[in-house]
Design a protein around this ligand. Sequence first.
Ligand code: RRO
Length: 311
Amino acid sequence: MNTEMNIWNVKFEDIIYNSSGPECTTLAHLNALWASSSSAIMIKSCSPEPRDGNPTPRYVETDLGSINSMWLPNLWYKEYIGYIPKLKQDYKKPVVCSIVGFKPQDFYDLVTAFQQDSDVDMLEVNLSCPNVVGKPQIAYDFEASEEIIKNICAIPGDKPIGLKLPPYFDPIHVDAMANIILKYDIDFVTCINSVGNTLIIDPETEQPLIKPKGWLGWLGWDYIKPIALANVRWFYKRIWHKTKIIGCGGIKNGVDVFEHLLAWASIVQLGTILAKEGPGCFARISREFQEYMDKKWYTSLDEIIGNLKEL
Ligand code: RRO
């Protein structure tokens, strides 16, 4: 089955690439993604200054997924802008960059820099950065979100721009965010970021798994797939006619990809599985997806995306 996908004018050879999450921070990570079967290279959320992030242990894997409180370790947006031409030298795939700020002006400055002075193909603005101590996630503050979205959408530039959203747990909040998205030129949303403020205890050591932020961290993988699917579906109902949806959360095999597509994701991102398995996960999951589609006699993505059957 042909799994090429266009997100506005950006062409993906396949529907699977990495999330702004593990293994996309250093230049070595980005080179590994370039060499892998990931259909794009996503760069970790970058900030106005380089950052080391939180003390360790800050990322731990469990049988059901991962918990993290990384707090935005990244090289600095200018370092990534400088490296993108190298990643695109023998053009293999699009480069997407996630950006984040600590105040509204940061978002404006970084989007301006990427729109006007970079070779990036697409921009994902992280409104759900979860680990800033003492601050709520921006996307849970609808006034603050609208201000940022209005300003970044007014910046001249032709790169598609999207939002990385947190999980919402109440349809009223989905309505509030969807209404803002519909007012401005947001090209895509990525649902969802990790699920926050959780505690995992190791009964053997009688200790929490991670150290920062009072031991609370953000979950990925099996823990969160049903929440991710609900958010993809909720946003589909509200913004399908204007905005693409990228699915993220809980994907570890080809069947998980299929479920995200049924819910209405056009393309999906992998996080924890990349850390657990390494860059070989893209080829494996893509192959599994193809095999599952053959088994079900599907011949095109159009037959699948959004076609969750009524109950
Ligand atoms: O770096 C992090 O702590 C982090 C970020 Br920016 C994010 O968006 N999601 C996450 O789980 N961790």
